[in-house]
Design a protein around this ligand. Structure first.
Ligand SMILES: Nc1ncnc2c1ncn2[C@@H]1O[C@H](COP(=O)(O)OP(=O)(O)O)[C@@H](O)[C@H]1O
Ligand SMILES: [Mg+2]
Length: 366
């Protein structure tokens, strides 16, 4: 027996109508050197009362008692949150009843003629029970920790999007405002100084200024895709055409979105997925063609981005410092969806995002 169990006496509730049998059990355990405290009850009411009044490590139960059987006691026990192990300790009850008892989940069955095994049977029942509780506790802890992680990922995504939107606003209001003022002054200088040198400088400054305006608009668009206000299909088409213009990789888009007003968080997830998939393609794929398909058939939003490049090698997916694809997987989960990555060496990669549109609306994130 484990030292932990030995140090504190085992508390046993004994459902037994015979005082004599109870004494025999008590003596048997004492002789076996099992430190224990026993309480005897003989009615169903007393049994239930005793269980609610204090904690027991194990229950020993005779099968046939006045007006009820151990099966009734077992049933009464099922309402308790963490019932102690239940050992049937009885005279012969017949094979059918014994099988039924074990089938119902009782811990063990021991004949009163076989008391030599009692200490061992109790010890084993308590150990099995403890192991089961530990497993349950571990499973609960794991589930709770996974839930915490999922909530944290969701919170992180939301914070990132809020931060991005705030930066985009600042660029718009502050830098955008300053650039407009510079443009105004440059025009003024151009109108009031006709000499060739000044005109050349004004022209050069205007070109640079237009470059800065274009850059700040591009940065704002990456930070907060205002194009999403025109709908997901328009936003994906815009992303694709920008990608094609920048990389020269032929990009075809097919959209079939019928349902209007898709949740903002879902739209943003799809948009960010397309954005990351296209960034990955330009960085890693070495391909000549990209296909993007967006549909909301059967109330599932599906976005598939396929390239004909080198494919993702198995070890690439678990690169310790790569969080693009992992982040997309987490992000899909936060809106009730999932991400599939399929790829064969030399035959391209396909990233598919699926989000059932029946999920609860999560509200706007930008
Ligand atoms: N379309 C693709 N074609 C080929 N390899 C890819 C593609 N997308 C991703 N990969 C591989 O998978 C790895 C992980 O991608 P990702 O998680 O986005 O991280 P990162 O882009 O920061 O490296 C990449 O480093 C690359 O090796
Ligand atoms: Mg990436």
């Amino acid at each position: 027996m484990q030292s932990e169990v030995q140090s504190a006496p085992i508390r046993i509730l004994h459902l037994e109508d015979s005082e004599l049998d109870h004494d025999i059990v008590r003596q048997t355990l004492r002789r076996a050197g099992v430190p224990c405290e026993m309480q005897r009850v003989e009615t169903l009411d007393d049994f239930v009362r005793a269980l609610h009044a204090s904690h027991f490590d194990a229950i020993l139960a005779d099968y046939r008692l006045p007006g009820f059987t151990a099966l009734d006691a077992w049933r009464a026990l099922q309402d308790m949150p963490q019932p102690p192990p239940f050992i049937l300790l009885s005279g012969a009850i017949g094979e059918t009843a014994a099988v039924e008892a074990i089938k119902q989940g009782m811990s063990d069955y021991l004949l009163k003629d076989d008391l030599g095994k009692l200490a061992h049977v109790i010890e084993r029942a308590i150990e099995v029970q403890q192991a089961r509780r530990e497993r349950e506790r571990a499973a609960e802890e794991l589930a709770a920790s996974e839930q915490r992680l999922a909530r944290f990922a969701e919170h992180l995504q939301m914070s990132i999007e809020q931060e991005r939107a705030a930066i985009a606003r600042e660029i718009h209001d502050d830098i955008g405002g300053s650039l407009a003022a510079i443009q105004f002054d440059l025009s003024w200088i151009g109108r009031h100084h006709a000499d060739a040198d000044t005109q050349a400088h004004v022209q050069a400054a205007t070109t640079m200024l237009q470059h800065a305006v274009g850059a700040s608009q591009r940065i704002m668009m990456n930070l907060r895709p205002a194009i999403l206000d025109q709908g997901l299909a328009a936003a994906i088409e815009w992303l694709a055409s920008e990608f094609e213009r920048r990389t020269g990789i032929r990009t075809r888009v097919r959209t079939a979105v019928r349902q209007p007003g898709v949740d903002k968080a879902v739209q943003l997830t799809a948009y960010r997925t397309a954005q990351e998939a296209l960034t990955n393609i330009s960085k890693h794929a070495g391909c000549s063609e990209v296909r993007i398909e967006l549909s909301d058939a059967e109330r599932v939003l599906t976005l598939e981005i396929t390239d004909n490049g080198r494919g993702i090698m198995a070890p690439d997916r678990n690169k310790p410092k790569s969080f693009g694809l992992k982040g997309l997987q987490e992000r899909a989960r936060t809106v009730g969806g999932w991400l599939d990555i399929s790829s064969r060496a030399g035959q391209g990669t396909s990233i598919t995002l699926s989000i059932p549109l029946t999920t609860e609306t999560k509200g706007e994130t930008t």
